[in-house]
Design a protein around this ligand. Structure first.
Ligand code: UDX
Length: 453
């Protein structure tokens, strides 16, 4: 369903991490199918694949990263380097583009919220700047309140106060606040403050969420930020998507789907911790024996620790002990997996994309949040939307086995699944004509077009 072309272009810039590239390309696709020409500005590191998006133009710019810096092992450090180094290369590339008469005029720029350096670039070129927050609104609210949380003594996090309620942000406890291992202990605090300041100074914020899911955070943020707010998600389910191209940086193992085809409905636990979170050898061992002892079928994405490895090593005797009941891959076609009738639950790290993808398919979750926004997302999954359970503390095989039984076998699992299906229904309603996300998208389109007057 392609709309009439509008004769104007929008430039979008993703942060070069899988969990950020997918939503911004999804947004670009939605805008394309609503008549805008699309230019994707991108770093050379983790650049998107232009051949998957022949309807877009691509504008590479130098990220100035050395070979050792071009790595996602410390995503915060990587993002900080890009914020420091890319202003000049992007300004140069954009100014050339702005003076190219063969292109539809560029009316606005949409930046990933994490790339706060784009503010100075857009200011210098007098280009209106909108921001896409690829994560949830509830977690962004927490980041935006970091100065207050520090002032009230919740930050830096003290492990001994983990069970204390954060009264300003119910139902969060101190242990649910975002944290991140990085070279610099202050890095997350400084990044969060800068990201939210530069977002406040933008012309508007686009969210990959929907009103009915995060109404209270969205309302509070509208008040706090004082800029137009457009919750138009979930992007990957949008009926106006121009294509369903894959933005994956890795090739999925297609054996997953025929393997799932052989399993009973709702019988398989899908296990994946996203594209960045690293699990230690000890954690792999506990996860593996928890899965083996649960006696449930499972599909496990176990990323290799380095390109030279095929898979992260599994404990000896594990594959023999699970036999055909387990299937282990390096990378799965996740959205297809989650929509497969055989999948009964998702053991996830609660990256925002994984959380939203699970919600959209009505799949209950076992939550094992690792860093950044994931702890906040997990708390909402377990305590607010009540569509999952959290694994307590350090991963341990007995706890894994218990959590799997709760979700896949016991009555609690049935109730959780019912609630997950209700939420799936809401996610689909918001995208129907006159649904909240469709109305928000119409408002966003009018906003962008107003720059062409
Ligand atoms: C990162 C951060 O970890 C997360 O906290 C933040 O919310 C977004 O950025 P990531 O760890 O990659 O993201 O997790 P997530 O947001 O869940 O994104 C992973 C994406 O990769 C999902 O869209 C998922 O469908 C896809 N994926 C993952 C696959 O397609 N196959 C896989 O095997 C695993």
């Amino acid at each position: 369903m392609e709309r009439q072309r509008k004769g104007v272009s929008v430039v979008l810039i993703p942060s070069p991490l899988q969990g950020h590239i997918a939503p911004i390309l999804g947004l670009a696709d939605i805008l394309y199918s609503n008549g805008f020409s699309i230019i994707i500005g991108h770093t050379l590191f983790n650049s998107p694949n232009p051949s998957a998006y022949p309807h877009f133009s691509f504008l590479p710019f130098s990220d100035q990263l050395t070979e050792s810096e071009a790595s996602t092992s410390d995503p915060l450090h990587l993002t900080n380097l890009i914020n420091i180094r890319c202003a000049l290369p992007l300004t140069r590339s954009l100014s050339q583009l702005l003076s190219d008469p063969s292109l539809d005029p560029i009316v606005c720029f949409i930046s990933d919220a994490a790339l706060h350096f784009t503010r100075s670039v857009c200011d210098s070129l007098r280009l209106p700047r909108l921001v896409l927050r690829t994560g949830g609104a509830s977690s962004f609210l927490v980041f935006s309140l970091f100065p207050l949380l520090r002032q009230r003594g919740y930050l830096p996090i003290q492990e001994c106060r983990g069970e204390e309620a954060v009264v300003e942000l119910p139902p969060l406890k101190v242990k649910d606040l975002p944290r991140m291992e990085s070279k610099d202990p202050e890095a997350l605090y400084e990044f969060a403050c800068r990201m939210s300041d530069e977002l406040k100074s933008s012309s508007g914020v686009i969210w990959n969420t929907f009103e009915e899911l995060e109404i209270s955070a969205l309302e509070r943020l509208r008040h706090e930020l004082g800029i137009p707010s457009y919750p138009i998600g979930p992007f990957h389910k949008h009926p106006t998507l121009a294509s369903h191209s894959s933005s994956a940086l890795r090739s999925p193992d297609e054996s997953c789907i025929p393997w799932l085809d052989t399993r009973e409905p709702n019988s398989v636990l899908y296990v994946s911790l996203g594209s960045i979170a690293a699990v230690s050898e000890r954690e792999v061992v506990e996860m593996a024996w928890g899965l083996a002892n649960s006696r449930q079928p499972f599909l496990w994405v176990l990323r290799p620790r380095s390109e030279s490895e095929w898979l992260q090593p599994l404990p000896e005797g594990f594959m023999e002990s699970v036999g055909g009941r387990g299937h282990v891959v390096r990378w799965a076609p996740q959205t297809q997996v989650l929509s497969h009738p055989a999948v009964g639950a998702f053991w996830t790290h609660n990256g925002w994309n994984s959380t939203l993808e699970s919600i959209c398919e009505g799949v209950p979750m076992i939550c094992m949040p690792c860093f950044a926004d994931q702890k906040v997302n997990a708390k909402y999954v377990s305590d607010v939307w009540k569509v999952g359970v959290q694994l307590p503390g350090e991963v341990e095989r007995g706890e894994v086995e218990k959590a799997i039984a709760r979700i896949m076998v016991e009555d609690e699992g049935k109730f959780t699944r019912e609630r997950a299906l209700e939420l799936k229904h809401k996610a689909s309603l918001c995208l129907q004509q006159h649904g909240s996300s469709r109305r928000s998208l119409d408002a966003l389109i009018s906003h962008i077009l107003s720059y062409n007057n």
